[in-house]
Design a protein around this ligand. Sequence first.
Ligand SMILES: Nc1ncnc2c1ncn2[C@@H]1O[C@H](COP(=O)(O)OP(=O)(O)OP(=O)(O)O)[C@@H](O)[C@H]1O
Length: 340
Amino acid sequence: MTRSDPVISCRNVWKIFGPRPMDALAQLRADPQARPDRHVTAVHDVTLDIMPGEMLVVMGLSGSGKSTLVRCLSRLNEITAGEILIEGRDIGKMSESELIDLRRRKMGMVFQSFGLLPNRNALENVAFPLEMRGQSRASRIARAREMLALVGLKGRESYFPRELSGGQQQRVGIARSLAVEPDIWFLDEPFSALDPLIRREMQDEFLRLKAILKKTIIFITHDFDEALRLADRIAIMKDGRVEQCDTPDRIVLEPATEYVARFTAEIDRARVIHASGLAEPLTGRSAEGPALPGGQTLREMARHLVADRRDWIPVADAQGRTTGVLERARALDILLGEHV
Ligand SMILES: Nc1ncnc2c1ncn2[C@@H]1O[C@H](COP(=O)(O)OP(=O)(O)OP(=O)(O)O)[C@@H](O)[C@H]1O
């Protein structure tokens, strides 16, 4: 393995529910538009790689296959066809005990329903997976304290779930999944039971944790704003297929299908598109004068874009190197909500 190898690789993965999934698969391979009777194609020929430290957000409408796909990644669902490699190892070929070990040591999971044990306090809930691992009491309590502090719950260690708000309960759930130091972190709509203000707060908290922990994260949501705030890349699913898997900038600027275009039609594009995403190669164009920071969105640079009179404005990366030029008229159109 090198650093640039994917942590997770899905190769032509199918998951079909129903009495005769292999027959249904043969039918679908012969005719992709087929609708085999009494079968549901929850995952339809999905191929994608997830890189170390990447945050991939899986989104799509209810029933599009998000949870099933993510459950397949830890083999909570057996796939019908294809291959899933975790750090190069085919999980379909692992024994039950190898799988349990993989899940315990490498994977953390957080679900929408917080899944806390009602008769244990916050500290004991977080320590629970360490107990399952056979870790000593002293070391698991120390680790649980550390994790609760990390998610901002210092002082609440002895509170029972019923004494905590929804947001606090979800923080306990997050602390618990982090206690085992997973390399891969699966989160299935973790904030959807929270009210909008707390949800926003949890997203900020999550971005903070993501920056500190540098884990590979697969996050499911059906909230596009949430996806845009959190994702390095977004996989948009429809009827079990991944319609597009790309950076937020490219999803918005270059939707691969009509469906993705419709999905993204309502959002404020200036909040998503970064200067670097809109920049064009330098070829033949002059790039004089001060540059825009490539990592900022058009919305963040709105004043500057209005005031700067140049037709083409240089864009620089975090090291200050000019990487391209941005057409000011196009940026202003996006800022004003014109379609370009
Ligand atoms: N165990 C199962 N048996 C039969 N069908 C299933 C099973 N699990 C999921 N499905 C079907 O597979 C399809 C995809 O379901 P899935 O839960 O993956 O969607 P989702 O995108 O996560 O939806 P939601 O946003 O509502 O959670 C749905 O049509 C669902 O009914």
